[in-house]
Unconditional design. Structure first.
Lengths: 378, 382
């Protein structure tokens, strides 16, 4: 027993020694190479870059969770991907993901800036303070901040805040819900209780009440933390509760928790409304006919447009606002829901035009919603 | 003599073996994602140690882990498992943030110590219930501290998101989203950075390095803990209770009292964990405040074998792994998930190698002792 252990240990030590020797033998060699001709290398690189007509480098830092969240981060990535497809030879892209706690968001942004990236995106409002700092250190680098607003930017600033009028898109799907509801009750399931998600809520409720001032509404939130965006079990539970209480259309603004809401709708044979991206396309086959539509928040469009503007030399600092008029938000029509939604589409388009013209003022928080209700009753 | 030399050599070599074993296994992973392992490691090391900002950032990364490793190790020394460091440090950071923003008009030399003190108090208070239950009712500390972790997360979230959220943040026409955070701390409550001090000695540390005076404080605390454990009666009692509470009791030590004091001490240290980030970097407490330092502290304490010096070194190793990961991700396109696998592999292989080596050394020592002993008896016989 002891003998075999000894052999094991000696063997292990040998393996390690070999790797040590190999490692020691090779590492300095590569380093030497680097040191031998740093000047040459630099020249080479420069000439290479020159011949490649200097690709524009575009970086993107996801928020915690990264790709594969089927909503926010993925949408940003889609914009980056589209830009890469269209301007493939002109740009070089790279995307990074912060550590689990997200505490290195700022360092990652800075590393990209140091590495010569020309345009860098921070996906999510958590980047607000970090971009505010890093953008001052690198005045020649341009930054795109999604969903966050830094105070006091001007058109010649190097930061562009990409903001969305979520309430406008939510207003339209709220109207759609009210038009489709037979029970006269509609529901909303929010993720984390925050001013941002509240904007989805009041926009939706306003849309429903605009169509039918007597409609019954139910509102539930999954939680008060970021975890509320990845809790499909609770999402399903809350949606089931609303369906049982008589709602027949439920809209969710809860990220990955919404998978549960859609499941509940399919189980109860009622309707769900997706959010951020067109969720009919990512839902399971048998669930698709229970998704009335999705409120689109075109993060991809905002990323793509910003890249395009940069390449055309039209990058504008300050605030880019994406509402119905800019096609930054909207409702989804696809192969799966077009029969379901075709009869109400003219009405939705009419409302859309009214919103764009400013004939309907959509509330953005609870207080404005109360006022909105008062104007309806008149 | 020969053997003793061997033992010392083995002790010195074991971490190096561990790192190479880790490198070997992770090379396979790297080859698997079609990257050159050698290039990855060279990047990791050169990015981490050839840049002055990286070195300082590694120390900054290590700072909270030194505190949490120490907090956990004080528990381990008594054979208690304080898995509640996570909750204790969040409560500490929360109370510090509260004191930091709500009290105005104090000079820094009062406000900063007061803020730090409040973190210590919060950590100690949050460890009071589990140890009280343990000593009085025999409730296992692992269960109660885990549950208190959950409670602390929720309580803090409630305060940050509902009661104390900073409503003064401006939004453009109500669009975008404000940070879900408490008001910013007064400048008098913030910990100065070490940058200016270090730059006086000719270092050229850039502005974005948040290394602050909590790092030397952590080192001092480690030395203090070492002294306390090895040179004071309380430290002796603490170790005695950890080895064998019954034996300690028969020799006149009250294990309950030692458990109580020791655990509260552990909680008090835990209260300090989040302060380097709170007072040295963010300057506010938000929903996204760094998590997991408490759990990582368990790994740090285990790797450092509960010795204060070992804890400092393993905290620095963790700091290096995090910084190296940033470099590898940025410059070589290695995805974050692979980097996390590499980090975990490194930690596991270090734990395994040190364990194997320690067992081997112990057996050698034993053999040496028995050889000496038998030699002596043989001598007597002769």
């Amino acid at each position: 027993m002891q003998f075999t252990k000894k052999i094991l240990i000696v063997g292990l030590a040998l393996v390690l020694l070999v790797s040590l020797v190999a490692g020691c033998g090779q590492k300095p060699a590569t380093e030497q190479k680097q040191e031998q001709a740093p000047a040459q290398q630099q020249e080479q690189q420069q000439s290479q870059q020159a011949t490649e007509t200097e690709k524009i480098k575009i970086g993107l830092v996801f928020d915690v969770g990264g790709r594969g969240d089927l909503s926010f981060n993925d949408s940003a990535y889609a914009g980056l991907e589209r830009a890469q497809k269209e301007f493939g030879d002109k740009i070089e892209v790279k995307y990074l993901e912060p550590s689990a706690g997200g505490e290195n968001r700022e360092q990652l942004m800075r590393l990209l800036a140091e590495d010569g990236y020309n345009l860098i995106f921070g996906v999510g409002f958590m980047f607000t303070d970090h971009i505010a700092k890093v953008s001052q250190e690198f005045p020649d680098v341009k930054f795109g901040l999604i969903d966050g607003a830094i105070d006091g930017l001007k058109e010649d600033s190097n930061v562009s805040c990409l903001l969305f009028k979520e309430q406008e898109g939510s207003f339209l799907v709220g109207a759609a819900a009210a038009l489709k509801s037979k029970t006269g009750k509609v529901g909303f399931v929010g993720g984390m209780k925050s001013p941002l998600i509240e904007r989805f809520e009041v926009g939706y409720l306003a849309g429903a009440k605009y169509i039918n001032p007597n409609i019954g509404t139910m509102v539930d939130y999954i939680g008060t933390t970021g975890d509320a965006f990845k809790d499909p079990v609770k999402g399903k539970e809350l949606a089931l509760k609303q369906f049982k209480a008589g709602a027949d259309v439920v809209y969710h603004a809860s990220g990955a928790s919404g998978i549960g809401v859609i499941e509940a709708a399919a189980g109860e044979k009622k309707l769900a409304i997706g959010v951020d991206s067109d969720q009919s396309l990512t839902a399971k086959e048998d669930q698709r006919k229970y998704i009335l539509t999705s409120m689109l928040k075109r993060v991809d469009v905002s990323v793509y447009n910003t890249i395009k503007a940069y390449l055309d030399g039209n990058f504008k600092g300050g605030y880019q606002i994406f509402g119905l008029a800019e096609d930054g938000v909207g409702y989804a029509v696809n192969d799966y829901n077009k029969d379901m939604i075709s009869d109400i589409q003219p009405k939705l388009e009419e409302l859309k035009q009214k919103v764009i013209k400013g004939e309907i003022k959509i509330p953005m928080d609870k207080k404005e919603y109360e006022e909105f209700l008062k104007t309806l009753s008149k | 003599m020969n053997n003793r030399f061997k033992i010392i050599l083995l002790r010195l070599l074991s971490p190096i073996f561990a790192i190479f074993l880790a490198a070997l296994i992770s090379s396979l992973v790297i080859v698997f994602i079609h990257q050159n392992p050698l290039k990855v490691f060279v990047t990791m090391f050169s990015f981490s140690f050839r840049r002055i900002d990286s070195i300082a950032i590694i120390l900054y990364n290590a700072t909270p882990l030194i505190f949490s490793g120490l907090a956990v190790s004080v528990g381990f020394r008594m054979n208690l498992f304080n898995i509640g460091v996570e909750g204790q440090y969040l409560m500490g950071a929360f109370l510090a943030a509260l004191v930091g923003f709500s009290i105005k008009g104090l000079p820094a030399f009062i406000h900063l110590p007061l803020t730090i003190l409040s973190a210590i108090v919060a950590g100690a208070l949050w460890s009071f219930l589990p140890i009280y239950l343990k000593v009085k009712k025999g409730v296992h500390e692992v269960i109660s501290t885990i549950m208190l972790n959950y409670i602390s997360f929720s309580v803090i979230h409630y305060f940050i998101a509902d009661l104390l959220m900073d409503k003064s943040q401006k939004m453009l026409n109500g669009l975008g989203s404000p940070l879900v955070r408490m008001p910013k701390l007064m400048p008098t409550a913030l910990m100065p950075r070490m940058r200016e001090f270090l730059n006086m000695f000719g270092f050229n540390i850039p502005k974005h390095v948040y290394l602050n005076w909590f790092f030397p404080l952590g080192i001092l605390l480690a030395i203090g803990i070492y002294y306390m454990l090895m040179r004071t009666p309380f430290g002796f009692e603490l170790r005695a209770v950890g080895h064998n509470p019954d034996a300690a009791r028969t020799s006149g030590i009250k294990p309950e009292k030692v458990y109580f004091m020791g655990f509260i001490l552990s909680g008090a240290i835990a209260g300090l964990v989040g302060l380097s980030d709170l007072l040295g970097y963010f300057g506010y407490m938000d929903l996204d405040f760094p998590r997991n330092y408490g759990f990582n502290g368990i790994a740090v304490a285990l790797m450092g074998q509960n010795s204060p010096i070992g804890i400092i070194l393993s905290a620095i190793l963790f700091g290096f792994l995090n910084r190296g990961a940033e470099g590898v991700q940025t410059f070589l396109n290695v995805p974050m998930d692979t980097v996390i696998i590499l980090q975990a592999l490194m930690i596991i292989s270090i734990v395994i190698i040190t364990k194997v080596m320690n067992d081997y050394i112990k057996r050698m020592e034993k053999r040496e002792v028995s050889k000496n002993a038998s030699g002596r008896t043989a001598g007597v016989q002769l």
